[in-house]
Design a protein around this ligand. Structure first.
Ligand SMILES: C[S@@+](CC[C@H](N)C(=O)[O-])C[C@H]1O[C@@H](n2cnc3c(N)ncnc32)[C@H](O)[C@@H]1O
Length: 275
């Protein structure tokens, strides 16, 4: 989310910028408010105890821990080591042990067919090389196993939020919008050849905050990509971005008591890998 525009194919530079952004702030402050998404995804893929499960772009471990609560043998992978440490500590608090591995969603550090189920909640969708990421998610899943994802579609709160962010901190040229992962046709392009079925379900979680300003403060303080974007802007531009983000919240907010109750739609996907 930097204003500089690296060449189209320079994914390693893009990824370093993204990694730096995700490292800043404290993603956990946001992630703990959307635990519900991970719990529902674990139900959607119908996890069975003792299955080997990989959580890709796991962050602070919402989905890894949801799988551990179903007695699965869980590994969490993310390119930010500090977030994985938080994931491990959170699991320990619940007396679960999960394995963690630092790694890139586009080049997963596991052998083919290592896992029964591969999951990713609002994570792999941010890797710049979408085709490569889809290949990797399927590669490490065993034939007949499942890949479960949650992704934001373009016509969601998150889609509007990303567009507002991009106006002030444009993504590098040549990077496909992450919200394409929320479209059925695109998912068939990405997974079609390796899948025997792809099931999609549109779901909603709600942002519930004390006020629109509280929502903005939390994102600006803790959510790495937003925090980093604000740090690149002068005062006037930062003011304009704040106003636009508050407009996004205002557009979706259903509460009339001064708080925020804003629906954020997402797509829950279950891919069955071809045998
Ligand atoms: C919105 S957070 C979601 C975290 C977690 N899955 C959750 O549901 O709370 C996005 C995560 O994707 C990770 N990520 C983004 N691009 C990645 C990549 N190419 N490889 C590995 N992790 C990546 C970030 O470090 C961050 O933890």
């Amino acid at each position: 989310m930097s204003r500089s525009s690296p060449p189209t194919s320079d994914f390693s530079k893009v990824k370093q910028q993204q990694k730096d952004a995700w490292e800043s702030g404290d993603l956990g402050m946001f992630s703990k408010t959307i635990v519900l998404v991970s719990e529902l995804l674990c139900e959607a893929v119908d996890l069975r105890s003792n299955q080997k499960v990989l959580d890709v772009a796991a962050g602070t471990g919402n989905t890894a821990i949801a799988a551990a609560r179903r007695w699965c043998d869980v590994t969490a992978v993310d390119f930010v080591q500090g977030l994985l440490e938080q994931a491990r500590r959170r699991a320990e608090v619940e007396a679960f042990s999960i394995s963690v591995a630092q790694g890139d969603a586009e080049n997963l550090p596991f052998k083919d067919s290592s896992f029964d189920v591969v999951l990713s909640t609002f994570g792999s969708m941010f890797a710049p090389n979408q085709e490569r990421t889809a290949v990797e998610l399927l590669r490490v899943c065993r034939p007949g196993g499942k890949v479960g994802m949650t992704n934001f579609p373009p016509d969601s709160f998150a889609g509007e939020f990303f567009r507002a962010m991009a106006r002030h901190a444009p993504p590098p040229r040549g990077i496909k919008p992450s919200v394409l992962w929320g479209l059925e046709d695109r998912l068939h392009d990405l997974f079609g050849a390796g899948a025997s079925s792809i099931d999609l379900r549109r779901r909603t979680f709600f942002f519930r905050y004390a006020s629109p300003q509280h929502w903005l403060d939390v994102f600006r303080t803790y959510f790495g990509p937003v925090r980093s974007a604000f740090q690149t802007l002068d005062t006037a531009r930062a003011e304009r971005l704040s106003t636009q983000l508050l407009n996004v919240v205002g557009h979706f907010n259903q509460a009339t008591d001064g708080t925020v109750v804003a629906p954020c739609d997402y797509v829950e996907i279950v891919v069955l890998k071809r045998t």
